[in-house]
Design a protein around this ligand. Structure first.
Ligand code: IDP
Length: 139
C-alpha cells in the first residue's frame, strides 16, 4: 500500500548546501520523488502549514525562518512513506532527540533550524500536499 508525504527541505538546509545530500538519502531509502519545487514560501502558506503551532511562543520566529529564503517542497511516495521519512529525519530537536545517522542528528544543532519537515499523519499529509501542491492533491 503506497502512501504520500509532504517534505520540506527548509531554508537552513538549502542555504548550507544540503539539498543533494538529503535527496540522496531519500532516494537511497527507496522513496519516490513525485513532486519537487524550489520556492520561497509565502507568509500565507507558511502560516497555514504551521497553524497548529499558532499559540506557541516560537511561532513568530518559526514563520520568519521558514519564509527567510528558498526551500524545497517535495511529495514523496512509497510504502509507509510518512513514517519512513520521519525515520530518516530524526526527532525534532537535533541534539536532544535526533540520533546520529538521521538528517537532523547528523547536520543540526537547533530545534528550529532542523533542516527538514515531514508530514506526521495521513491527514496532515493530505492537508499539506493540498497546500503546497494544489494541482497534485486531486490526482
Ligand atoms: P516536527 O517538525 O518534528 O514534526 P513539530 O513539533 O511539529 O516538529 O514542530 C514544527 C517545527 O517547529 C519544528 O520542526 C521546528 O522547526 C519548530 N520547533 C519545534 N519546537 C521548537 C522549539 O522548542 N523552539 C523553536 N522551534 C521549534
Amino acid at each position: 500500500m503506497t502512501e504520500r508525504t509532504l517534505v520540506l527541505i527548509k531554508p537552513d538546509a538549502v542555504a548550507r548546501g544540503y539539498v543533494g545530500e538529503i535527496l540522496s538519502r531519500i532516494e537511497r531509502k527507496g522513496l519516490t520523488i513525485a513532486a519537487l519545487d524550489l520556492r520561497v514560501a509565502s507568509e500565507e502558506v507558511a502560516g497555514s502549514h504551521y497553524a497548529e503551532h499558532a499559540e506557541r511562543p516560537f511561532y513568530p520566529s518559526l514563520l520568519e525562518f521558514i519564509t527567510s529564503g528558498p526551500l524545497v517542497a517535495a511529495v514523496l511516495e512509497g510504502p509507509r512513506a510518512i513514517a519512513a521519512f520521519r525515520q530518516l529525519a530524526g526527532g525534532t530537536d537535533p541534539v536532544d532527540k535526533a540520533l546520529p545517522g538521521t538528517i537532523r542528528g547528523d547536520f543540526g544543532l537547533e530545534a528550529q533550524q532542523n533542516l527538514v519537515h515531514g508530514s506526521d499523519s495521513v491527514e496532515s499529509a493530505e492537508r499539506e500536499i493540498a497546500l503546497w501542491f494544489p494541482a497534485l492533491s486531486s490526482i
